[in-house]
Design a protein around this ligand. Structure first.
Ligand code: NAP
Length: 346
């Protein structure tokens, strides 16, 4: 077996010797290097911002959507949406473990079911066939293979949760884990896009963190999302708001907080142009967690400066220590949340 680099540099084609995530094209030949893991893929969970963009471009034509996915993988060797820059993650069965892969001798066996916790935007992927696309959830069922580098994190799929549900939760595991780390007792937290996957998990965790003296406000655009939040019976302050409309949303948050605004804003939307809203609804000295992949660094940085807001802005690192366990445990803990996820993904 050829010797591979820990970070997968050996697979970068364009440009050569670059890291695989920023590389335009990577090698998706499924011959294993010594420190790689080969996965027989079952389902891809496309990142919501990416799926939303591709679906919009396909204008309801499922065949076009399928072709777009196949074209990206064929031209880049990975499912790295060139418009949004984002990917997603996958689940499948371990087919082969390279002799130098860190999992060797660590309890992982051929045949184990795993979910990758690194982005599809850097994962060598080969699709033989797309068998089904769930256009509601962004889950794509395929026949194909993928490679995980030595540095690529993964988790074994839990036995007590349904496969597609676990996939949906693990995709956004960074959001509740980061919420746990950031939010403190007594604070006011606003979640934008609160009715989606990451939004619901962040809401649940935020409510736990702020305790009885704090306040969690859920803002959501769609009626389905609003209904989902209500079903949790956890949050009192739920408002319909378009996160891409800063002025209207500011009015709502001003009213809900008697002008005090949020200590922490968690942005979980899947559309562009929501940076200014996040900035305006957060108080001076507060924090914004941009989990959304549709966030523009330039818009956020210049926008905050433009309105003279001294806020700390945090990029939503997909990885937070123990994030997979934290997210899955929320589903085990909260029956209403579990039912909601089961309804959509189970
Ligand atoms: P999701 O389940 O699709 O949820 C997004 C929510 O935002 C939906 O409820 C959506 O409503 C709502 N929304 C859309 N437009 C809105 C608007 N203008 N105002 C208010 N709400 C609006 O997505 P997700 O899987 O939770 O992902 C959320 C974001 O996190 C996405 O941008 C995704 O790409 C990103 N992400 C980041 C990471 C990371 O590592 N940082 C990892 C995974 C995902 P509708 O139902 O009407 O569309």
């Amino acid at each position: 077996m050829n010797k591979g680099h820990r970070y997968g540099i050996h697979r970068s084609i364009e440009p050569k010797d670059s890291l695989p995530q920023p590389a335009w094209k990577i090698d998706n030949c499924m011959k294993l290097y010594d420190n790689e893991l080969l996965i027989d893929v079952e389902v891809l969970n496309i990142d919501s911002a990416s799926f939303h963009q591709m679906k919009g471009e396909a204008k309801g034509d499922s065949r076009k959507l399928k072709e777009t996915i196949l074209e990206i993988v064929q031209s880049r060797g990975k499912l790295h949406n060139p418009v949004t820059g984002s990917g997603g993650m996958l689940i499948g069965k371990v087919e082969k473990i390279g002799e130098k892969h860190p999992a060797n001798g660590q309890g992982l066996r051929v045949g184990d079911k795993v979910a990758t916790l690194v982005s599809l935007s850097l994962t060598p992927l080969r699709i033989e066939e797309i068998t089904k696309i769930n256009e509601e959830t962004g889950q794509v069922f395929i026949k194909g293979k993928a490679i995980l580098f030595a540095s690529g994190i993964y988790t074994k799929l839990p036995n007590d949760l349904e496969r597609n549900l676990a996939l949906a939760v693990l995709d956004v595991a960074g959001a509740p884990a980061q919420t746990e780390r950031m939010v403190q007792e007594g604070q006011t937290v606003v979640v934008l896009g609160a009715g989606g996957k990451s939004g619901l998990l962040a809401l649940y965790q935020a409510k736990k963190q702020v305790g009885p003296t704090g306040k969690v406000i859920a803002l959501e655009y769609s009626q389905t999302g609003l209904d989902n939040i209500r079903k949790l019976k956890l949050i009192d302050d739920i408002y319909q708001a378009d996160a891409a409309d800063p002025i209207q949303t500011l009015k709502i948050v001003e009213t809900a907080t008697s002008g005090a605004l949020a200590h922490i804003t968690i942005n979980c939307v899947n559309v562009a142009n929501t940076e200014m809203t996040s900035i305006l609804i957060t108080k001076d000295g507060g924090k914004i967690y941009f989990f959304s992949m549709a966030t523009s660094f330039t818009k956020a940085a210049l926008g905050a400066e433009g309105v003279g807001k001294d806020v700390e802005m945090i990029i939503g690192n997909g990885y937070t220590k123990d994030h997979a366990d934290i997210a899955l445990n929320i589903i085990r803990e909260s029956q209403p949340l579990r039912s909601l996820f089961e309804e959509k993904y189970g």
